[in-house]
Design a binder for this molecule. Structure first.
Ligand code: BES
Ligand code: MN
Ligand code: MN
Length: 456
């Protein structure tokens, strides 16, 4: 590993510059305006995998954006690790809130600022560079496959059919993903749980046209008013979700498990300061860490209707809309929760309006074991590079393919995320620490080494 350390030291400048080039391509999967850029990014990733020494590198076409695949198969008797990541990024809007343009990466205070810096370009690129390092220093210790997709941020609709059609090609002993966060740079952690997701869009229609709010106001239902009331009613006074059956399948943790979780360092003061809030809010009886990991949620992600232009236009709108996400925990099922939402939403709508619920993508929650060889290997790897044992934590975000890999390929995933919750992913001024980028590159080869040794 001495050689690897030297190699990293000699090449770190180039590794960073390559990542900056990758960050310059605006691969926003949600917005068709960036279609060509998303394809160009796939091509870039393909090229870098080839240069790093992968074989059979290809762009696998899908109905949407291509999946980049590459592999290094050294010996069928050795274990196989499948590295997953995503080269698409979230939209950068609102642009005016960025201190520097989202697709012109800059280094400030030892951090890379750009859309995708942490989620997930900076993180999956660590794997390509760790792979290059191993290839240039005696080869990889086991079989490695790469699958980097371009539609994660829009629900990975085309990934499941691809996985189902390519089970042989993707066959592996474990999946390795860096697309989550750790507690702090001096408190390493490994993610062992992710929440699932149900996402719906609702439309509330009142009168057949926008009306004069003086002429009709007071006598005709205002869909924006109605929608606000309906949404407000979906949490009770204890901040619990009121949809009947919503909590039926929620796995309740034992006191011992909760006590174990509570050992992870967390500063409420720091949390509040970081977000500039005077107080937190959430389900009664649970801590902030629990509310963002082991408890389900319902949140409006966006809401619109009526007049939102300059000045005042007196109008009683015809329609109101909202996009609503529900984060799910074991053993809630995305499709069932979406259905419960729909039934409930329709049942609470007053006769004065019509409602439509349109389901979007979903995903199942996932938990990964901490007694597996892969987890132990990852833990050892962190111990070596961080000098301390990582803490297992549950994250609030969702990576739907983790549950899918388990269900379809029968394999567990190791979530070796090197980001921080404060990296502003999906927000303006997203960033990724240089420390985190290089520490990841250093830790990944250690994982392979430990994993192969422990599997033997
Ligand atoms: N990398 C995130 C998920 C994540 C972030 C997990 C931080 C744990 C900690 C991923 O790119 C993401 O944003 N997922 C979406 C879900 C997807 C179906 C659009 C999410 O969680 O909103
Ligand atoms: Mn991600
Ligand atoms: Mn994301």
């Amino acid at each position: 590993m001495e050689n690897l350390a030297n190699y990293l030291e000699t090449n770190k400048e180039r590794f960073l510059n390559e990542l900056l080039d990758l960050l310059k391509i605006p691969s926003v999967s949600a917005d068709p305006k960036f279609r060509d850029d998303v394809f160009e990014t796939a091509e870039f990733v393909k090229q870098k995998l080839i240069e790093a020494g992968a074989d059979n590198v290809e762009l696998c076409p899908t109905k949407g954006y291509p999946i980049v695949y590459g592999e290094k198969l050294v010996d069928p008797a050795l274990p196989t690790v499948l590295v997953y990541g995503h080269y698409d990024v979230q939209p950068a809007d609102p642009y005016e809130l960025w201190d520097s343009p989202p697709f012109e990466p800059v280094i400030k205070d030892e951090k890379i600022y750009a859309r995708g810096a942490c989620d997930d370009k900076g993180q999956f690129y660590m794997h390509i560079k760790a792979f290059e390092m191993m290839m240039q220093n005696g080869g990889v210790p086991c079989n490695i496959k790469f699958m980097i997709e371009g539609e994660e941020e829009v629900g990975s609709d085309n990934l499941e059919p691809f996985v189902l059609a390519n089970k042989e090609k993707l066959a592996c002993d474990v999946v390795l993903i860096s697309d989550t966060s750790m507690i702090a740079n001096d408190v390493p952690s490994i993610t062992t749980g992710l929440r699932g997701l149900s996402y719906v869009e609702v439309e509330v229609t009142g009168p057949n046209r926008d009306l004069h709010s003086g002429v009709y106001g007071g006598a005709v239902a205002n869909p924006v008013n109605v929608l606000c009331k309906m949404i407000a009613s979906m949490h009770d006074e204890n901040n619990r979700i009121t949809i009947p059956g919503f909590y039926d399948k929620v796995a309740e943790l034992s006191d011992a498990e909760r006590a174990e979780m509570a050992k992870a360092p967390f500063s409420l003061e720091h949390y509040k300061n970081d977000l500039d809030i005077n107080d937190v809010q959430g389900e009664d009886g649970f801590s902030t860490s629990e509310r963002t990991s082991i408890r389900p949620t319902l949140d409006v992600n966006g809401m619109w209707g009526g007049y939102i232009g300059e000045g005042a236009k007196t109008v009683l709108p015809s329609k109101a809309y909202a996009k609503i996400s529900m984060r799910l925990v074991p053993h809630q099922v995305s499709e069932e929760i979406t259905e419960l939402f729909q039934k409930h939403f329709e049942s609470i709508a007053p006769d004065s309006v019509k409602v439509v619920v349109k389901p979007h993508h979903g995903g199942e929650p996932a938990v990964t074991p901490i007694d597996s060889i892969a987890y132990q290997a990852a833990s050892k790897a962190y111990e070596k590079t961080f000098g301390q044992k990582p803490i297992p934590t549950k994250d609030g975000g969702s990576i739907p393919i983790v549950a899918m890999f388990k269900a379809e390929l029968g394999v567990e995933t190791i979530l070796m995320g090197f980001g921080l919750d404060s990296d502003a992913i999906h927000s303006p001024n997203e960033h990724y620490g240089l420390f985190n980028f290089y520490k990841g590159i250093e830790t990944i080869p250690q994982f392979y080494q430990e994993y192969v040794g422990m599997k033997a």
